[in-house]
Design a protein around this ligand. Structure first.
Ligand SMILES: Cc1ncc(COP(=O)(O)O)c(C=O)c1O
Ligand SMILES: N[C@@H](CCOP(=O)(O)O)C(=O)O
Length: 474
């Protein structure tokens, strides 16, 4: 399988090349040349496979430059009950008949990011050792990608992590998870700005090709295709758990910000997994909901990005949305470049409302959307606790709120992706339920551990300078 850029660069690359490269040199995002198709026989064979085996089968369709036995061994040592808490890895929790939560947050850092990041850490280590190379990972986080990446990469040979985060905007638990790490290969940079400023810095640094090559810069955000590919697997696992036969269809609701998680659902659907609806749930930062309702994609400036009680979704420029629009526009790289390159930079918006392709979002691609607010979040957390004895985190609550607007009892089963555990956002749980959420013993007192973090203005040049200083002679 070869990979292409969403912005029309004619060059094709292999999986391991783009694994280390992250963002394409033309500023686009990588996608496979085509989506491999699954047929009834494959689905029948895959139903009931252990998660690591299922991951191997799916990854094998996209990766042909790692020997099959090695890839299988990487999947087997990544997806274990020791790391993810249960042999099922992503068990479904039924709330009521036909409505489920898919538990994606039982990994080392208590958010769905671990599902892909643990694999990415092992893939990096394997490929860097094979090449005898090193990688300096530059990332952006609104709270969960950062800790998942740092836990996955700490102590890994050949990898350094430089993680930017919005200064003061993550929950105390999220900050403590990242900033309490004392490993030499981990560097935390708190940026005076919002998540989108951090992501812009990652893209600007990656876009300086000389710097990128000199300092061997890679990415762990969902702009890296390998992240998305790993996330495709749990759509299959969730589908198999929610159904008895492959003739049934299932809908998924996904709490969304950077559009990575739901983009993996889009890929699964394009492969032929019988998904009915893909429902995008946003918080008050509703750029994506606005697009799916109106066709207008209008990114917000930092000052208009609201600080909410589901802070990991406080995102107003959704990176992976470019991947979906590329597909929506018939994989027209020139048009995608015009919309996301010059177009967005010039006006901060584009409008596909009058384009016939826009109707395909729902009709052909199955997308629907909705929005949730602080009051909705609190109401859902209370209701889910009172009726089902389950405490959900604020992001999952956004998902449940929107899911109920698109699901009818007796209709296609609805799976809501549980994207984090409540302890990461204790203040909101206390506000909703009047009590602290459960805390795994390994995180006891984490907020009072010594912290290691540097604060910088939102300036790519200063971040480059910081990286250069911490890499020594590259
Ligand atoms: C807890 C949580 N929920 C939802 C999201 C949104 O996911 P995505 O950015 O893939 O749309 C994030 C961040 O990515 C997150 O950390
Ligand atoms: N919500 C994320 C933001 C980054 O998303 P990614 O999926 O592109 O890594 C976070 O928690 O950091």
């Amino acid at each position: 399988m070869k990979y292409l850029s969403t912005r029309g660069d004619p060059q094709r690359r292999s999986f391991c090349e783009i694994l280390l490269e992250g963002l394409a040199p033309d500023g686009g995002l990588y996608l496979p040349e085509r989506y491999p198709q699954v047929d009834a026989a494959m689905l029948a064979e895959w139903r009931g496979l252990p998660y690591a085996e299922l991951a191997w089968r799916i990854l094998s369709l996209y990766i042909d430059d790692i020997p099959a036995a090695d890839l299988r061994a990487i999947c087997a040592r990544t997806y274990t009950a020791e790391v993810f808490g249960t042999p099922e890895i992503v068990p479904l929790k039924p709330l009521e008949p036909g409505l489920y939560l898919e538990s994606l947050s039982n990994g080392p850092t208590l958010a769905f990011k671990d599902m892909a990041m643990q694999l990415l850490g092992n893939l990096f280590e394997y490929e860097l050792a094979r090449r005898g190379e090193q990688l300096n990972v530059l990332g952006a986080t609104s709270g969960d990608t950062g800790s998942a990446a740092e836990y996955a990469m700490r102590g890994k040979q050949g990898v350094r992590v430089f993680m930017t985060s919005p200064h003061g905007r993550m929950s105390p638990f999220q900050q403590a998870q990242m900033f309490s790490l004392q490993d030499e290969n981990i560097h935390n940079i708190a940026i005076e700005g919002v998540f989108d400023d951090c992501q812009d810095i990652v893209k600007a640094v990656s876009g300086d090709l000389d710097f990128k090559r000199k300092y061997r810069i890679g990415t762990v955000n969902s702009i890296n295709w390998a992240r998305l590919l790993a996330q495709v697997v749990y759509y299959f696992a969730g589908y198999f758990e929610a159904t008895r036969s492959n003739g049934e269809r299932v809908s998924f609701t996904v709490p969304s910000g950077n559009f990575g998680n739901i983009c993996a659902g889009h890929v699964a659907r394009q492969m032929g997994l019988p998904i009915h609806r893909l429902v995008v749930a946003t918080n008050e930062n509703d750029v994506l909901d606005e697009f799916f309702r109106t066709g207008t994609y209008r990114v917000r400036a930092a000052r208009d990005t609201v600080e909410t009680s589901s802070p990991s979704m406080d995102i107003s420029k959704a990176s992976n949305f470019e991947r979906f629009v590329f597909d929506l526009l018939g994989r027209d790289g020139e048009r995608t470049r015009a919309l996301f390159g010059t177009g967005l930079v010039a006006s901060g918006r584009f409008d596909l409302g009058a384009d016939p392709a826009f109707r395909d979002c729902a009709r052909h691609y199955g997308f629907a959307s909705g929005r949730s607010t602080h009051a909705d979040r609190l109401a859902v957390i209370r209701d889910t606790w009172q009726r089902f004895g389950v405490v959900v985190d604020p992001h999952t609550a956004d998902g449940l709120k929107v899911a109920r607007e698109h699901w009818q009892p007796g209709g296609a089963p609805m799976v809501v992706l549980e994207t984090a555990l409540p302890i990461k956002f204790a203040a909101t749980i206390v506000e909703a339920l009047g009590r602290e959420p459960e805390r795994p013993a390994r995180f006891a007192g984490i907020e009072s551990r010594p912290k290691r973090v540097d604060v910088l203005p939102a300036d790519a040049a200063l971040v480059k300078d910081y990286i250069a200083r911490h890499c020594g002679a590259a």
